[in-house]
Design a protein around this ligand. Structure first.
Ligand code: ATP
Ligand code: MG
Length: 195
């Protein structure tokens, strides 16, 4: 049996080899999907990292929640962040499809401009997946714009189910699994945890 030290030496060499092979410098497309909790909060946490490094960022929130989120209150006036909430748009309560589509198109118009502006190094398109699920937006122009975005720009897209076409352009995909959620134990949604 190999000693711990021998195994660690081997492991170190394997990792060093992988690091040596990762030489590209460019922005990435990150998809955060799945039914577990932690997609939007991870996206905004990553954006906070970028802000800390002095980068200019923008958020397009494709679903307007019922309540003000902590992230919105913390970041909305930050000089490095532009925060767009989809106007009158889609909430879980709306029933007016035409109005939702109009709002989705408008939000996409903003997102599309951001995808052409190299001064933004990080974009977060929160809950965008629902726009495809309900056929409020076509996925093809989104793919096109992602492919043609500035080289150093990174984009994070969140939502429970991602269209496969979007997965094809992604560099990183994390599928957050729901193993347990306090809601099902009867715990009420709370400020600072859920929103
Ligand atoms: P978060 O914003 O906390 O990172 P999320 O973006 O992964 O969550 P969404 O699908 O956008 O999750 O749902 C947002 C809200 O629903 C949050 O309040 C979150 O705590 C809650 N939530 C997420 N996953 C579950 C779940 N599996 N069961 C019940 N509630 C959930
Ligand atoms: Mg979310």
């Amino acid at each position: 049996m190999k000693s711990h030290q021998e195994r660690m030496v081997k492991k170190k060499a394997v990792i060093a080899d992988k690091i040596a092979k990762a030489t590209q410098e460019r922005g990435v497309v990150i998809l955060l999907k799945g039914n577990g909790k932690g997609k939007s909060s991870s996206a905004f946490g990553t954006m906070a990292r970028s802000v800390g490094h002095g980068k200019r960022c923008a958020v397009v929130q494709f679903i307007k929640g019922r309540v003000q989120t902590g992230e919105h209150m913390l970041f909305k006036d930050h000089p490095q962040i532009d925060w767009h909430v989809m106007g009158q748009g889609f909430t879980w309560e709306t029933q007016d499809r035409d109005k939702d589509i109009e709002a989705a198109q408008k939000a996409w118009g903003i997102a599309e401009q951001l995808l052409q502006d190299p001064s933004y190094e990080m974009l977060v398109f929160d809950e965008m997946s629902y726009m495809f699920k309900y056929h409020y937006l076509d996925v093809a122009p989104v793919i096109e714009a992602l492919r043609n975005r500035p080289k150093d720009q990174s984009v994070i897209i969140t939502g429970r189910a991602m269209p496969v076409e979007l997965e094809e352009v992604a560099d990183t995909i994390s599928n957050i699994k729901d193993e347990r959620h306090a809601f099902r134990l009867g715990v009420k949604a709370q400020a600072g945890i859920e929103f």
